[in-house]
Design a protein around this ligand. Structure first.
Ligand SMILES: [Zn+2]
Length: 208
């Protein structure tokens, strides 16, 4: 894994500086893929696309924030770097409340943006299941899944897998199997696994 330069960005609401790290190259060595589509790859970290300002608590998309400068990751903290840059926080990923709040405040303006927020919210809800615990299907969980289903294509195979998986995790095993049956042969490997979980009436997020 080779880090790329750090981008120094300014909050579009108040100007507070933040650091967005980048990656020059990485790999999927040791990666774990989950049935809800999340990939945990220690050598290929994903940086948050949306964040909350540490100063004014305003939400913003990182790519929309004005760039103030760029610095090599190895000079960070050094005397040649302005204090304001050295003191800036790294952009932090949102938590469950943050994603809810960002959605309510209208950060999901485009389909892609809303989809990003809802998929990441769903993944956070599923985290207890990744750690051997139970996933509680609250009304917020169900509502987020319903809204996410609305954004998925009924023709894209990856979206069909996600659609089936949402139904399985909501306990609607027959609908999950109905969607899985629509996928072409090349997806047989994942179809077999998800069908097996659905047939066992297992609604938990699973490692693939
Ligand atoms: Zn701010």
């Amino acid at each position: 894994m080779i880090p790329g330069p750090d981008r120094v960005i300014a909050c579009p609401h108040c100007g507070e500086l933040a650091i967005q790290p980048s990656l020059m190259s990485g790999n999927t060595f040791g990666a774990v893929l989950w049935s809800d589509g999340r990939q945990d790859a220690p050598m290929l970290p994903q940086f948050p696309a949306v964040t909350r300002c540490m100063k004014c608590s305003g939400y913003y998309w990182v790519r929309d924030a004005p760039e103030v400068g760029e610095m090599n990751v190895f000079v960070r903290g050094g005397a040649d770097v302005p204090d304001a840059w050295n003191n800036a926080h790294e952009v932090a990923a949102l938590d469950v409340e943050g994603y809810h709040d960002a959605l309510q405040k209208g950060l999901g303006k485009t389909t892609d943006q809303e989809r990003y927020l809802r998929v990441h919210l769903w993944w956070l809800y599923n985290d207890p299941g990744r750690m051997g615990g139970k996933v509680i299907i609250t009304s917020n969980y169900r509502d987020n899944c319903t809204q996410l289903l609305r954004l998925l294509s009924i023709e894209d195979p990856n979206d069909i897998i996600m659609t089936a998986e949402i139904h399985r995790e909501l306990g609607d095993f027959e609908t999950a199997k109905w969607w899985l049956a629509k996928l072409p042969k090349k997806y047989q490997g994942i179809v077999d696994k998800l069908k097996q979980f659905a047939s066992a009436k297992d609604s938990l997020v699973r490692q693939l």
